[in-house]
Design a binder for this molecule. Structure first.
Ligand code: ATP
Ligand code: MG
Length: 1122
C-alpha cells in the first residue's frame, strides 16, 4: 500500500534508517505474527522499547533505566513529526498536546496493559512531557509541581508490591490536566476508582501491604515515638510482608513528605494522615479472648488493654468505651436498637472491616484534598488532557472480588480501544462509501455484557443476591450465576456438565474467559465485599472520636452521626460496591468517548520482573489479546487521516488563493481546489461522503508544513501592514509634535529678542534723559551761583557803602552803650529763663533752673535760697496751729534721735498722739488722777516695766502728766509707781529699733522718798521716741533744764544695790520678734531683733524702708519749712 511505501521512503532517507527492525509495525513485510514478535524482540534487545502502530505506541517494559528521557529528549521531540524521530511516548504526548492546542480538541491518553506492563511509568512520562512543554511562569511552575507531586503521595497510599509488580497500582486513576488557551496547565482533577482495600488486613504470600505502612515504619524515630509505633513491634497487618525490602521505603517516605508539602498539605493534616495509618496498624494488633456469656452466647474481650489505651489517645476516644464498642455489634431491629456481644472471630472481622473502611476513606479523602489544591481557579475556557492509568489485568493463584472488578475494568478499556480503532474506523469507511475489505477481530463486548448486563449480568446477580431477603451466601450466589450464565461461552463453573471433573476449577469458583485469558474467581467474600457494610456502633464510635480527620461531621465517618443512625434515612441501603463501580466506569467511558484518544499499549516482557528477558509466549499472548495484529492490519489497509470537508477547508484555505479568504461553493469542491493547488497526487486521497480521507501521514504533514508557511507569510503581511500603520501614525504624531515645538520655540525666541530690544531702548532713553537733566541742572546751578555771588557782592557793596555812611555815628561811647545793652540783655534773658523755669511752691521740690552765665552764679544761688525760704514761709502759713505744734515736736524728736536710733525712722511717719490708751475717758483714771492732780496728760501708752531684780517684764500703762511719770496697773488703773518728772535726770536708749527706755533718777538724799528709792527705771514703751521727746520738753518746762539723753549699745543702771550694766545686742536671725531681757549677775542683756516692730507702731517691713525714705524726706523738708 502507499502508506507503507511512504514510510519506507521516510525510512530510507530519515532517521528511521538507523533503527533496529521497523519503528512502525505498519511497515512489516510480510505482516505475520512471527515477524511482529520478532521485530518487538529485536528492538527490545537493543533497548528500543517503543514501536508504533500508526499513532499507537506499543511499549515493552525494559525493567531498567534507559537514558531516553529527560529535558533534552523532550526538546528533541517538541513540535516534530512523529516519523522524524525514533518512536517514543514523548512523540504521542507531543501529538496530543499539539492537537489540543492547535485543533482545540480535548485529549485523552489511554494506557493499557496487564499488571507490571509499565502503565503507571508511562503515565508519569506523559505528565513529565506536559510539564516540560508549557511556560515557566511562577504560577504555572507551582501547579505543575503540584500535579507531578500528586504521584508519590497516591503511589504511597494506593500502590503495593504484588507478585506481578513491585509497585502495582491497587486503584484506578484518571487525571484530567486542564490548560488555558496558551497551553499552560492551570489545574487538574483526579478521579480514583475502587481501591483494593482487602490488602489492608491481609496480603497473599510474597506480597506487601500498601507502601505507606512500611514507609512510615522506616521513618524517623521521633515520629514513630509520637505515633506510638515501633520498628521492633511485629504488626499483624504486615505479617506477610517484611518491614525491610529491596524497596527504598525510607527514601520514598521523605519524597512523600516533600510531596505533601509541595501540594499544600498543612503540618496538621500530614500528622493526622499519619495518625490514621498508625491507628490502622495498631488496630491490627488488637487481639480478642473468647468467653461464654451468661446467656450461653459467645462473647469476647480485648486481650491487651495497653494497645487500646494508646490507640484511644491517638484517636481521641475513651479507652473503656472503645474496648467495649469493638467487641459489640448494634443492630436495628424494627424500631429497637439491639446490642449483642461478638465472638472473638466476629470481633476480629468487625475490626478488619473498620480498618479497611478507615484506610479506603482516608485514600478517597487524600484524592479530594489533592484536588482541592490542584483544581484551577480561573474561569477561562479550558482544554483538557486526560491520562488514564488503572490497575492492569491480573491473574493470581487465588482471585477474588477485587480481581474480578479490576479485570472487568480492563475488559471495558479493551472495548473502548476496539470500538475506536477497529470497529468505528471500519464502519466509517463503509459509511463514507470507501472501498473496504473487512478485517476480522475479536470483539470483547460479549464478555462485558456477561459481566455488566442489567438483570442477567454477573454484577446484577451479585447485587440481587446481596439485596434479596432470606439466607444468601456466596455459594447461593454461585449457583445463581450458574443458572443465569451457565450457558455463556465465556463463563465456566463446576455446575456445568463440561467442567464437572475439571480439577483446575474449584467448587467455590467460577471462571471467565477474559479477552486476556482465563481467570477463575473464588466466590468467598463476594457478598460481603459487595455489601461493604460497617457495624453502626463502629461508625458512631469513629464519628465521636476527637480526631481532626476521622471524627465529626466533616470526618471520614459522617454516617456515624447519631441523628443519621437513628433516622429513617438510614433504612435506605447505600449502593453496593459493584453498582458504584459500574456507574463510575460507565461515566469514565462516556468521558473518554468525548475526547480524542491516544493509545499507549504496554507489554510485559517476562513474569520475573527482570530486565533483558523477553518470554516469547508471554509477549505473544499479550499481542494477541491486545489485538495488535488486527490494529496493524486496519492501519495498513486504511487511511492515516480523515476530516470533515468543512473543517479541512477552514484549516487549509490559506493554501490556495481561490479559497482564501472565503470559499463560497461546496466545501468538498473547495478541498479539491486546495489539494490540486498544492499538487498532491490524486492517489494520495479519496473523497468520502462527508470527509476527505488521506492515505499517507506524510501528505498530512506536508499540508501542515505548507499551512505553517502560509500562516507565516500571512503573519508577515499582517505584520508589514501593521508596522506600516504603526510607523505612519507615529510619523504623523512626531510631525505634529515637531510643528508644535518649533512654533513654540520661535514664539519664545521672538519674545526674548523683543524684550532685549525694549530693555536696550529704555536704558538708552534713561541715559539721554539723564544727560539732558544733568545739563539743565548744571545750567540752573550756574545761574544760582551767579545770583548768590551777585547778591553777596551787592551786600558787601551796600555794607561798604553803609559803613562808610554811618561810621561817624559809632565812634563816641559806642562801647559802653553796647556793653550796658549787652549786660541788660543778659540779665533780662537770665530772669526770663528763671521766671519760665521756676519750680513748684512745695518746700520739698528740689528742682531749680541752671545758670549758663558765670557772672550771675552768686545771684542765682541767692535767688534760689530766697525762693526756698519764701515758699517755706508760705507753707508754714498754710499749716494749722496743731499741725505746727506736731511738727515742732517731730523736729525735737529729730534733733534727739535722728541718725542715732533706728526706731526714729519707724516712728517718723505717724503723728504723735499722746494718749494711746484713751485714758481721759476712763472713769477709773479720773478718780486716780484726782489724787495727785495729774489730769493734764501729756503721754499715755501700754508698756512694760522690767524688774531690776530678775529682768522680767511686767505689763503696765505708762502715763506722763505735766508733773510726774506714773505706772498704772493696766486694768485697775491703780498707781504702781509715781515718779515726779523733776527727779528724772537722764534718759538712755539703745541705738536699735527697740522701745527700751532707761530713766535715770536722782536719788533723794533722805526722807521718805529716799526710803522708797530703788534705783533707775527700765521701761519698754511702744512709742518711746514720742515719750522721750515729750519727757524732755516737759522736764525743761518744769525745771528749765535740758536733761541728758544717751544713745548707746551699753549703758548702766543705778540701783540701790549698786550699778547694773545694760548691754543691747542686735539679733538678725529673725528668731525673736521683740526685745528679750536676760539678767546675768549684775548685768542686763537685752537682745533686740533687727527688724523689731515695737508695740503700737504699726508698720510692715516693706513700708519700713519707704517710711525711712518718705518719712525722712517729708519730715526733713517739713522741718526745713519750719
Ligand atoms: N519505561 C520504563 N523504564 C524503566 N522501568 C520501567 C518502565 N516502565 C516500567 N518499568 C518498571 O516496571 C515496573 C512496573 O511498572 P508499572 O508500575 O508502571 O506497571 P503497571 O502497568 O502500572 O502495573 P499495575 O497494573 O500493577 O499498576 C516499574 O516499577 C518499573 O520498575
Ligand atoms: Mg500501575
Amino acid at each position: 500500500m502507499s502508506y507503507q511505501h511512504q514510510h519506507q521512503h521516510v525510512e530510507q532517507h530519515g532517521i528511521l534508517s538507523r533503527m533496529v527492525g521497523v519503528g512502525d509495525m505498519v511497515l512489516l513485510d510480510p505482516l505475520t505474527e512471527e515477524n511482529f514478535l520478532d521485530n518487538l524482540q529485536k528492538r527490545f534487545n537493543s533497548d528500543q522499547i517503543y514501536t508504533y502502530i500508526g499513532s499507537v505506541v506499543v511499549s515493552v517494559n525494559p525493567y531498567k533505566h534507559l537514558s531516553i528521557y529527560g529535558s533534552d529528549k523532550i526538546e528533541e521531540y517538541r513540535g516534530r513529526n512523529m516519523y522524524e524521530l525514533p518512536p517514543h511516548i514523548y512523540a504521542v504526548a507531543d501529538l496530543a498536546y499539539r492537537s489540543m492546542k492547535n485543533h482545540n480538541r480535548d485529549q485523552c491518553v489511554l494506557i493499557t496493559g496487564e499488571s507490571g506492563a509499565g502503565k503507571t511509568e508511562a503515565s508519569k512520562i506523559i505528565m513529565q512531557y506536559v510539564a516540560a512543554m508549557s511556560s515557566k511562569s511562577k504560577e504555572v511552575v507551582k501547579i505543575k509541581q503540584q500535579l507531578l507531586q500528586s504521584n508519590p503521595v497516591l503511589e504511597a497510599f494506593g500502590n503495593a508490591k504484588t507478585v506481578r509488580n513491585d509497585n502495582s497500582s491497587r486503584f484506578g486513576k484518571y487525571m484530567d490536566i486542564e490548560f488555558d488557551f496558551k497551553g499552560d496547565p492551570i489545574g487538574g482533577i483526579i478521579t480514583n476508582y475502587l481501591l483494593e482495600k482487602s490488602r489492608v488486613v491481609q496480603q497473599a504470600t510474597g506480597e506487601r501491604n500498601f507502601h505507606i505502612f512500611y514507609q512510615l515504619l522506616n521513618g524517623p524515630e521521633t515520629m514513630l515515638h509520637k505515633l506510638k509505633l515501633s520498628k521492633d513491634v511485629k504488626y499483624n497487618f504486615l505479617t506477610d510482608g517484611k518491614i525491610t525490602d529491596t524497596i527504598d521505603d525510607a527514601g520514598h517516605f521523605k519524597d512523600v513528605l516533600t510531596a505533601f508539602n509541595v501540594i499544600g498539605f498543612s503540618h496538621e493534616e500530614v500528622d493526622q494522615v499519619l495518625q490514621a495509618i498508625a491507628i490502622v496498624l495498631k488496630l491490627g494488633n488488637i487481639t480478642y479472648k473468647g468467653r461464654s456469656a451468661m446467656n450461653g452466647m459467645e462473647g469476647c474481650s480485648v486481650e491487651d488493654m495497653k494497645e487500646i489505651e494508646e490507640l484511644s489517645e491517638i484517636l481521641g476516644v475513651k479507652p473503656d468505651k472503645f474496648a467495649t464498642t469493638i467487641t459489640q455489634r448494634t443492630m436495628k431491629a424494627r424500631e429497637d436498637k439491639v446490642t449483642c456481644t461478638l465472638s472473638a472471630s466476629g470481633a476480629a472481622y468487625a475490626r478488619d472491616a473498620l480498618c479497611k473502611a478507615i484506610y479506603s476513606r482516608l485514600f478517597t479523602w487524600l484524592v479530594q484534598r489533592i484536588n482541592q489544591s490542584i483544581q484551577s481557579t480561573t474561569k477561562t475556557r479550558r482544554k483538557v488532557m486526560g491520562v488514564l492509568d488503572i490497575y492492569g489485568f491480573e491473574v493470581f493463584d487465588n482471585n477474588s472480588f477485587e480481581q474480578f472488578i479490576i479485570n472487568y475494568c480492563n475488559e471495558k478499556l479493551q472495548q473502548i480501544f476496539i470500538e475506536l480503532t477497529l470497529k468505528e474506523e471500519q464502519e466509517e469507511y463503509i459509511q463514507e462509501g470507501i472501498e473496504w475489505i473487512h478485517i476480522d477481530y475479536f470483539d470483547n463486548e460479549i464478555i462485558c455484557k456477561l459481566i455488566e448486563q442489567p438483570h442477567t449480568g454477573i454484577l446484577s446477580m451479585l447485587d440481587e443476591e446481596c439485596l434479596r431477603p432470606g439466607e444468601a451466601t456466596d455459594m447461593t450466589f454461585l449457583s445463581k450465576l450458574h443458572d443465569t450464565c451457565g450457558s455463556h461461552t465465556h463463563f465456566e463453573s463446576r455446575h456445568n456438565q463440561e467442567f464437572l471433573s475439571d480439577k483446575t476449577l474449584p467448587h467455590d469458583s467460577f471462571r471467565i474467559l477474559h479477552y486476556a485469558g482465563k481467570v477463575s474467581y473464588c466466590v468467598e467474600g463476594f457478598l460481603d465485599k459487595n455489601n461493604d457494610s460497617l457495624y453502626r456502633n463502629l461508625s458512631m464510635a469513629m464519628y465521636s472520636a476527637q480526631h481532626g480527620l476521622i471524627g465529626g461531621a466533616d470526618g471520614l465517618f459522617p454516617e456515624g452521626e447519631p441523628v443519621i443512625v437513628e433516622g429513617a434515612d438510614n433504612m435506605k441501603r447505600p449502593p453496593t460496591t459493584a453498582t458504584q463501580f459500574k456507574v463510575s466506569i460507565a461515566q469514565l467511558m462516556k468521558n473518554l468517548h468525548s475526547k480524542n484518544p491516544n493509545y499507549i499499549r504496554c507489554i510485559k516482557p517476562n513474569a520475573v520482573k527482570r530486565s533483558g528477558i523477553i518470554t516469547q509466549d508471554l509477549v505473544k499472548h499479550q499481542v494477541r489479546y491486545l489485538g495488535l495484529m488486527e490494529n496493524v492490519r486496519v492501519k495498513r489497509a486504511g487511511y492515516a487521516f480523515r476530516q470533515k470537508y468543512e473543517d479541512c477547508l477552514e484549516r487549509y484555505k490559506m493554501l490556495c488563493p481561490r479559497t482564501w479568504p472565503n470559499w463560497r461553493g461546496n466545501p468538498q469542491d473547495g478541498v479539491k481546489e486546495i489539494l490540486q493547488h498544492v499538487e498532491i497526487p490524486e492517489k494520495e486521497y479519496t473523497f468520502g461522503r462527508t470527509k476527505i480521507f488521506i492515505i499517507n501521514p506524510k501528505t498530512l504533514f506536508d499540508l501542515e508544513d505548507e499551512r505553517q508557511e502560509s500562516l507565516h507569510d500571512l503573519a508577515t503581511i499582517m505584520q508589514r501592514i501593521w508596522r506600516g500603520y504603526v510607523w505612519r501614525t507615529r510619523y504623523q504624531r512626531m510631525r505634529q509634535a515637531q510643528i508644535l515645538i518649533s512654533k513654540n520655540v520661535k514664539a519664545y525666541l521672538g519674545e526674548k529678542h523683543f524684550l532685549a530690544l525694549r530693555a536696550a531702548a529704555v536704558i538708552m532713553q534713561c541715559y539721554i534723559r539723564g544727560w539732558k537733566a544733568r545739563c539743565l541742572l548744571r545750567a540752573h546751578k550756574e545761574l544760582k551761583r551767579r545770583t548768590i555771588a551777585v547778591t553777596v557782592i551787592a551786600a558787601y557793596w551796600r555794607g561798604l557803602v553803609d559803613r562808610k555812611k554811618y561810621r561817624r555815628y559809632f565812634r563816641a561811647n559806642a562801647g559802653g552803650v553796647i556793653a550796658k545793652f549787652m549786660e541788660r540783655l543778659l540779665i533780662y534773658l537770665f530772669y526770663k529763663k528763671l521766671r519760665d523755669g521756676l519750680p513748684s511752691t512745695s518746700p520739698i521740690d528740689k528742682k531749680w533752673p541752671t545758670c549758663k552765665y558765670d557772672c550771675l552764679k552768686t545771684a542765682h544761688n541767692e535767688l534760689k535760697e530766697m525762693h526756698h525760704k519764701w515758699r517755706c514761709q508760705v507753707y508754714r502759713k498754710s499749716l494749722s496751729k496743731e499741725r505746727q505744734a506736731q511738727l515742732k515736736e517731730k523736729l525735737e524728736a529729730s534733733e534727739l534721735f535722728k541718725d542715732k536710733k533706728s526706731l526714729y525712722w519707724i516712728s517718723l511717719p505717724a503723728p504723735f498722739q499722746g494718749d494711746y490708751v484713751s485714758l481721759k475717758r476712763q472713769e477709773k483714771w479720773q478718780k486716780v488722777s484726782a489724787i495727785n492732780d495729774d489730769n493734764n496728760i501729756i503721754f499715755a501708752d501700754e508698756g512694760f516695766k522690767i524688774n531690776r531684780a530678775d529682768g522680767k517684764a511686767v505689763s503696765c500703762t505708762i502715763v506722763m502728766s505735766d508733773k510726774a511719770l506714773i505706772l498704772l496697773h493696766p486694768e485697775t488703773f491703780k498707781i504702781k509707781y509715781r515718779l515726779p518728772l523733776a527727779d528724772i535726770n537722764g534718759l538712755s536708749y539703745s541705738p536699735y529699733t527697740d522701745g527700751m527706755t532707761l530713766l535715770h533718777i536722782t536719788a533723794p538724799a533722805n526722807g521718805p522718798a529716799a526710803k522708797s528709792y530703788k534705783g533707775d527705771l527700765i521701761l519698754n514703751i511702744a512709742h518711746s521716741v514720742e515719750c522721750g521727746t515729750r519727757l524732755l520738753r516737759t522736764i525743761k518746762s518744769i525745771t528749765g533744764k535740758n536733761i541728758e539723753i544717751k544713745i548707746s549699745s551699753s549703758s548702766s543702771l543705778a540701783s540701790k544695790s549698786g550699778d547694773l550694766s545694760v548691754q543691747f545686742i542686735e539679733n538678725s536671725s529673725g528668731e525673736i520678734t521683740g526685745p528679750v531681757v536676760k539678767k546675768v549677775k549684775k548685768s542686763f542683756q537685752v537682745t533686740v531683733p533687727k527688724k523689731q516692730i515695737p508695740n503700737g507702731v504699726k508698720t510692715s517691713s516693706n513700708n519700713h524702708k519707704a517710711a525711712q525714705n518718705n518719712g525722712h524726706e517729708n519730715a526733713e523738708d517739713e522741718t526745713a519749712a519750719l
